[in-house]
Design a protein around this ligand. Sequence first.
Ligand SMILES: CC(=O)SCCNC(=O)CCNC(=O)[C@H](O)C(C)(C)COP(=O)(O)OP(=O)(O)OC[C@H]1O[C@@H](n2cnc3c(N)ncnc32)[C@H](O)[C@@H]1OP(=O)(O)O
Ligand SMILES: O=C([O-])CC(=O)C(=O)O
Length: 373
Amino acid sequence: MSQTQTEPEIRKGLVGVVADTTAISKVNPETNSLLYRGYPVQELAARCTFEEVAYLLWHGELPTPEQLSEMEEAGRSQRALAPEVRAAVDLVPTTAHPMDVLRTAVSVIGATDPAADDASPESSYAKSVRLLSQIPAVVAYDQRRRRGQELVEPRNDLGYVENFLYMTFGEVPADVVVDAFRVSLILYAEHSFNASTFTARVITSTLSDLYSAVVGAIGALKGPLHGGANEAVMHVFEEIGTAENAEGWLEQALAEKRKIMGFGHRVYKRGDSRVPTMKAALDTLVAHYDRPDLAELYDRLEAAMVERKNIRPNLDYPSGPAYHLMGFDTATFTPLFVAARITGWTAHIMEQLASNALIRPLSAYNGPDERHL
Ligand SMILES: CC(=O)SCCNC(=O)CCNC(=O)[C@H](O)C(C)(C)COP(=O)(O)OP(=O)(O)OC[C@H]1O[C@@H](n2cnc3c(N)ncnc32)[C@H](O)[C@@H]1OP(=O)(O)O
Ligand SMILES: O=C([O-])CC(=O)C(=O)O
């Protein structure tokens, strides 16, 4: 009797694999849309504070004024950089990437939390609020120490976004800057089973603690194929120099088989649903800082890439130059992504815990046949 052996189907990079359900966000490449808990992200960016969006991602509904102020109060009381976290940051040399500093700081925040291993929903939520509040203090302080500047203590009379900028720059910038930063954080907050979120879910699935899952997610986000691309976009802009070099630079880069940072996406093949909103925010910054040269370079490279490869920008493409115009150092861009995505990551960690199954795929062995010594 002959038996046909079916080869296992291997989906390298898990392309097209549906790994689980989620109620947190829906990415729909067909309609080019992104919903957080059912709400289009564009509407949230137009109408909500970042704190409201964080609450929505965590709880499934937008907060009432009372619920919001309760969450904000808990967050404000934890905004200052804890002394042991500051000491840990100071130990890391400034030759290290800010993502390495942030990863270390989150590890210390976890290691100094006596309830680190408490996986109850209440404790997970409290940790999520804690990380949301502490991460800006780390990011702002790290950029300042690299510039030889003193730490700026938080201001509790300010909202999250204003305070983040205040701790970074020592002043609250113009409304247009505050608003562009708010929009970027909302757009970066959540995006289903992207690589860093999936990393957090894999770690959580072993019943490890929330901080370990976030540390792993930070590591995954750092790579230039994921969050590290917003920083890489700025390096591309610097390499190109001025708009008239864009086409020539692209030809050469493609000839060298380079990946063009800020373009392409695993899920969206006809454009990233978040780009138009972030591009509009970038345009307001270009006008505010009077930098039409940057907008021209942006447009020329995008047009050339669409013409040559029919590949469109992802969110990192407008975010990189937007953060540059706001005054952030290029190496700080991906930590800003962490500050936003901590909301989505922790929402997914809580969702995974609520309905857990160990994540453990199979592999098809292709090494030598069995042999003996
Ligand atoms: C917020 C975010 O994390 S969004 C992603 C940020 N990352 C980047 O911007 C990095 C640059 N982009 C890329 O490397 C890719 O587009 C990714 C990693 C984002 C998606 O990759 P995948 O879904 O695996 O697409 P894949 O690599 O299969 O691309 C299909 C084809 O388009 C090409 N391609 C895709 N993106 C790019 C790019 N940015 N530059 C040049 N070619 C590209 C690939 O080389 C491939 O060509 P081939 O079929 O001739 O081999
Ligand atoms: O979804 C992805 O693969 C990457 C992305 O855009 C994100 O994480 O925001």
